[in-house]
Structures are given as C-alpha cells and as structure tokens.
Write a new protein. Structure first.
Length: 117
C-alpha cells in the first residue's frame, strides 16, 4: 500500500479511496452547479471513522483546489458545509455538502469514482 501511495504522490494524484461509512450522492442544478452530499449515520463507536472519511474528502478538495474555495456565484470552484448531529443520544449523523464547478466534480470523480455508478 505504501508503494501505491508513494506512486500516486509522484504522479500528483490521490489514490482511490473507498468510503465505508459515507454514502455519496450527486445532483445538478439549472445553473451548472453540482452538489455532492456525503452522509453517514453511525453509532458513537463508529463516529470517529465516519468523520475521518469526511475529513479525507475535505483534505482532497483543499489540496486540489486550495485557492478557489467559496461561493460558486463568486466564480469559485467549490464550497462546503459540514453538519454533525447526535440523534436520540446514540446515533451520530454527518452530512458533508460540497458544491462544485464541473472542473471540481470531474476531478472528484477521477479521484473517488462516480457515486452514480
């Protein structure tokens, strides 16, 4: 695994990461902005692992698009909102919403695969 990670670093790309807790959903709007929602609902025992997956997505976005984070209507490539809630004192819900330009979404799909598949 280390060799694959090093090779990906040399090629300046992210190795494909599989999500075990987060489910991903893509949707488009009329303005050409795509929304990617990453969601998980876990027991407290698995909350840290689900949060780590959300952080992996954000880390990738910050690495690939470090200077174009912000509202799409201001010409930025991506923006995000992270919500964490505890439901009934036991289940931990995570919703990471990423909005992105076509360029951002194309690179996301290249790195993580197409959630629509």
């Amino acid at each position: 695994m280390r060799a694959a990670t090093e090779a990906a670093t040399v090629l300046n790309c992210q190795p494909s990461i599989s999500m075990h807790y987060l489910t991903l959903d893509l949707s488009d709007n009329a303005e050409g902005i795509t929304t990617l929602e990453a969601m998980a609902s876990t027991s407290a025992e698995h909350h840290a692992a689900a949060m780590a997956e959300a952080q992996q997505l954000l880390d990738w976005a910050w690495r690939r698009f470090p200077h174009t984070h912000g509202p799409a209507d201001e010409g930025m490539d991506w923006d995000h909102d992270l919500q964490v809630n505890v439901e009934d004192g036991q289940w931990h819900a995570i919703t990471l919403t990423l909005t992105g330009s076509q360029r951002f979404i194309d690179e996301f799909i290249e790195a993580f695969g197409d959630p629509r598949d």
